[in-house]
Write a protein that binds this ligand. Structure first.
Ligand code: FAD
Length: 386
């Protein structure tokens, strides 16, 4: 057993941390959130630093890093500005990995180098207005093949980055008569600028600079070659990316928790009450001790899942446990961080509130913690409850 990161991984972690600290002042993050404006200049710098390409195969312009590389990057992005970890998950973890796993050589050559260079963005459109948990039951977006084009009609809900994406990776029903709900589903790369595509940003609590949209497809014509993977097999393709998704989101949660902890510890050392730093009081020390213990535990669980995944061992349960636990830890640590900052936790000019707002989402999305527990329960041999 070896719990240590390699020298290369340690160097990557430090590099991303220093980069984020240098580029993301509190004022910058506040401004981007207030304007609900994507931090494009920061994204471009991430591309130049090689961060966008880090987990993309070398032959397509990346550095060929594995899931542990992705987890390290996500943690350090989220630790400073969680919005960037969200954009990274959508574009690199979902976008590039889906292309790498199910794309044709031609599609990979066309899109992956541009993704590494920050010249192309993706959004991932699965959820519909009637449900994200029972996503198959709610799936109504329909693509009908007419000659050499699909005609797409339907509405997607809560699609992050759809308004700035070049392509929206969209889950559609291509065969409504398939005997199973999971059959007859395909993945289409839809050019966001196609006639009939409308993206409508939704006002939300957190991750404000990476907007989330309702997306309407009204008779959108999509070339047949824009299908990703096999026709009608889309759902089974997606299942291959689920473990990655859970590990990535857990890493994002751990970063949020670590960011909140860093601020709380620093504050506890310098804020005085009754003539002493509040960190001298045992109540505050215990809060911080519990926070750091919980973060350590979540990180260990996630690195175990990532290690299993990178060694091609089954990790469905471990990655789901890691996501469930890390999202709980992120929310609890950020709440405790708010407590330690007292009234200043509530002030928008302090960064703690951002971790608190952002952490809430991750208990619900991309898989809700109730659904994560359902999955873990079923894997204990209990009957499916829904
Ligand atoms: C800010 C934001 C960004 C998002 N980005 C994207 C994106 O980029 N792409 C995308 O496709 N989607 C995205 N989503 C959607 C997200 O994945 C869904 O919101 C999530 O899957 C939950 O679906 P829902 O909101 O429809 O809740 P519902 O499915 O309606 O669930 C409501 C509640 O019921 C519980 N529940 C449902 N079924 C069960 C059950 N069987 N057992 C126990 N409890 C159950 C859920 O856990 C939840 O607590 C985003 C959502 C948000 C809010």
């Amino acid at each position: 057993m070896d719990f240590a990161l390699t020298e290369e991984q340690e160097a990557l972690k430090l590099m991303v941390h220093d980069f984020m600290k240098k580029e993301c002042s509190s004022e910058y993050m506040q401004e981007k959130e207030e304007k609900e404006e994507f931090p494009e200049e920061l994204w471009q710098k991430m591309a130049q630093t090689g961060l966008l390409g880090a987990p993309i195969p070398e032959q397509y312009g990346g550095s060929g890093g594995d899931i542990i590389t992705m987890a390290i990057i996500l943690e350090e992005l989220a630790r400073v500005f969680p919005d960037m970890s969200f954009a990274y998950i959508v574009n690199i973890c979902f976008g590039s990995k889906s292309l790498e796993y199910f794309g044709t050589d031609e599609q990979k050559e066309k899109y992956l180098p541009l993704l590494c260079e920050g010249k192309l963005k993706f959004a991932m459109a699965m959820t519909e207005p009637n449900g994200g948990t029972d996503v198959l039951g709610a799936l109504k977006t329909r693509a009908t093949l007419e000659g050499d084009h699909f005609i797409v009609n339907g509405t997607k809900m809560f699609i992050t980055g759809a308004h700035i994406a070049d392509h929206i990776m969209t889950i559609v029903k291509t065969n409504p008569n398939a005997p199973k709900k999971s059959g007859g589903i395909s993945l289409l790369l839809i050019d966001r600028k196609s006639p009939g595509v409308e993206t409508i940003p939704i006002k939300k609590l957190g991750f404000k600079s990476v907007q989330t949209c309702e997306v309407v497809f009204d008779n959108v014509s999509v070339p047949k070659e824009n299908i990703l993977g096999e026709m009608d097999k889309g759902w089974y393709h997606l299942l291959d990316t689920l473990n990655n998704e859970r590990i990535d989101v857990a890493a994002q949660c751990i970063g949020i928790a670590q960011g909140a902890f860093d601020l709380a510890l620093e504050y506890a050392k310098q804020r005085e009450a009754f003539g002493k730093p509040i960190g001298q009081y045992q109540a505050i020390q215990h809060y911080l001790a519990i926070m750091s213990t919980e973060i350590e535990l979540a990180r260990l669980m996630n690195f175990k899942a990532a290690w299993l995944q990178s060694n091609k061992k089954p990790c469905g349960v471990e990655s789901t446990m890691a996501k469930y636990y890390a999202s709980k830890v992120a929310f609890e640590v950020a709440s405790q961080g708010m407590q330690i900052l007292g009234g200043y936790g509530f002030a928008m000019e302090y960064d703690m509130q951002r971790f608190f707002r952002d952490s809430k989402l991750l208990t619900v999305a991309p898989i809700s913690n109730e659904m994560a527990l359902n999955f873990i329960g079923q894997n204990l041999g209990l009957p499916k409850s829904y």
